[in-house]
Write a new protein. Sequence first.
Length: 124
Amino acid sequence: MEFFIVFFVSAVFLLLIGIAMAFGKSPSYRPDRAYVLKLIKGIEDQTTSPQSWDMLIGYPISHDPELENIRRWLVAIHEGTDGQKPAREGINGFIYDRESRARLAPVIVQLEKLIEETPVTKEF
């Protein structure tokens, strides 16, 4: 009798795991342009957390090529691969110092331009 109880509970558990794997979806990081703009502007007013900034910098954005170019531009600023020094850490809770935050201004302008030019619908 105990065998049937254990077998039944195990079968139900495996069935639930199978259903979860069949109908569930894997987690993914898919930021949109407005969210990225909010993160960049949050560098100036300290509303962007270091964790969310590191996630943006460190994880490729494969669903939007233009946004991936913006991310690569931010990585170049962060790591100093654009022919300038790497962005320095700020004080009093800022992620970057004043000079590094000033280097983000052209990125903000470019991203705002991309957001304005984004079509309302997209044909596939």
